[in-house]
Design a protein around this ligand. Structure first.
Ligand code: THU
Length: 134
């Protein structure tokens, strides 16, 4: 299931940064959520002049996953225009948890090719679940 290579997905995410709509913050983010079959579902952040209406890249990617008929996240990949590693905001950690498989990792890819990863349980300890996994 580990057929996806970090350099390959990093290249895809870096090219998607150009599609991010971030005129307000100037921070461009691209995300891919990997389903259990190893397919990637992509998203970018889409900001809005009414600031709270903006959508994070992770939320966009999760929408693409669900639209594609999937409801499990095996791994999340992230890249941004900022130096270093980017990690999901609190709300997106909760959105990821909703669909996360056990041990789901969030992998952050920096522009210089480095990577760091943490499980969703590390990023959102004691996270809220209304029910067990569906
Ligand atoms: N943003 C994301 O899309 N994902 C993250 O993991 C953190 C932040 C976006 C939200 C906003 O459009 C911009 O980055 C700056 O906060």
């Amino acid at each position: 299931m580990n057929a996806i290579s970090a350099p390959a997905v990093g290249e895809q995410l870096r090219s998607l940064l150009a599609n991010s709509h971030a005129p307000h913050s100037g921070v461009h983010v691209a995300a891919a959520v990997e389903d259990p079959a190893g397919a990637l579902h992509f998203g970018v952040n889409v900001e809005n002049s009414a600031y709270p209406e903006g959508v994070c890249a992770e939320a966009s990617a999760i929408s693409a996953l669900v639209t594609g008929g999937q409801n499990r996240i095996a791994r999340v990949w992230l890249a941004s225009s900022l130096p270093g590693f980017i990690w999901p905001c609190g709300g997106c950690r909760q959105k990821i948890l909703e669909f996360a498989q056990d041990g789901c990792e969030i992998v952050s890819l920096s522009a210089d090719g480095a990577q760091e990863s943490h499980t969703i349980e590390e990023l959102l300890p004691l996270g809220f679940r209304l029910r067990g996994r569906a």
